[in-house]
Write a protein that binds this ligand. Structure first.
Ligand SMILES: N[C@@H](CCC[C@H](N)C(=O)O)C(=O)O
Length: 291
């Protein structure tokens, strides 16, 4: 007899996640079970998994080797996994959904608190935390420029700027590209410079800055094309500002799953956007054991 595993499902601008509350860190999140869970035919279906636990409990259980920068023992920690089971350092949409879930489920009462990630501490402000709808601003930390690189997506070559926001991005601002043309692109079969990005990369194709706004599509490392990527929107905003000769500014980023607001200032960035908690349920304990 295997006990069931409680879960919730949520999304941030249609970047969707299975949320696993696991404060005792009892679950073995091996790559296979995560991939099956995220599989849209064999599992619940999602772009990624968010395990909910305290940072200190994850260190004690050996999931984290040590506390990441500025993360305290009793901070909440977003243990993020991509749909293919790989581990990523950060997920911007995930942090919003994670913070909303903590508030909506009653695990957290404060409006402002820190969410730990493998990329370090990410302070959040929860503006709205309804049972279904939420709105959250995330301090996304330092935006680091890595220099110029290139990629091929859907058989077409793109030049871009490498940007690290805890995880790696190649943001390709395409001169003259309209939102309509962007919508028609094939974003499959990404190829990139493995020496430049030894740990893989998320690739954003972005329209040029126009009246403080850009449109973006993304092919995510460990997932494939998604309808949004929060860290990707920050990389896109920073690259679009740079391309326009600006170091700072506010950018509205429209992705297929909605719109978010990015502020870049003093070498750091903030991401504000919605979160939706779709529902909750119980995974079969037998299904978990079999996977
Ligand atoms: N969707 C996320 C990014 C998730 C991690 C990414 N696929 C990676 O491997 O770096 C976001 O909203 O930032």
């Amino acid at each position: 007899m295997h006990p069931g595993v409680p879960f919730s499902k949520g999304h941030g601008t249609q970047n969707d996640f299975v949320i696993l509350p696991d404060t005792a860190v009892a679950l073995d999140l091996d790559a296979q079970v995560v991939a099956r869970l995220c599989d849209r035919q064999q599992g619940i279906g999602a772009d990624g998994v968010l395990r909910v636990a305290r940072a200190g409990a994850l260190v004690a259980a050996g999931v984290l080797p040590s506390l990441p920068e500025d993360v305290q023992d009793d901070d909440w920690f977003m243990d993020y996994r991509n749909a293919d089971g790989s581990i990523a350092e950060m997920c911007g949409n995930g942090v919003r959904v994670f913070a909303h879930y903590l508030r909506a489920s009653g695990l957290e009462e404060r409006a402002a608190f820190t969410v730990g990630s493998r990329a370090g501490a990410r302070p959040v402000t929860v503006h709205e935390a309804g049972a279904t709808l939420g709105a959250v601003t995330v301090d996304m930390g330092i935006v680091r420029q890595l220099g110029e690189s290139h990629a091929s997506v859907g058989g077409r070559e793109f030049a871009g700027i490498g940007i690290d926001v805890g995880n790696p991005h190649l943001a390709c601002i395409v001169e003259g590209m309209s939102a309509e043309e962007l919508g028609g692109l094939d974003l499959g079969d990404p190829e990139f410079d493995h020496e430049f990005f030894p740990h893989g990369v998320n690739i954003e194709i972005v329209t040029p800055l126009d009246q403080g706004a850009v449109s973006m599509r993304v092919n995510e490392r460990g997932v494939g094309e998604t309808r949004s990527c929060g860290t990707g929107t920050v990389a896109a905003a920073a690259a679009a500002l740079l391309q326009a000769g600006q170091q700072e500014g506010e950018v509205s980023v429209t992705i297929p799953g909605g719109t978010v607001a990015v502020t870049v200032q003093g070498g750091r960035a903030w991401l504000r956007g919605p979160s939706v908690l779709v529902g909750e349920g119980m995974l079969s304990g037998q299904w978990w054991a079999d996977n």
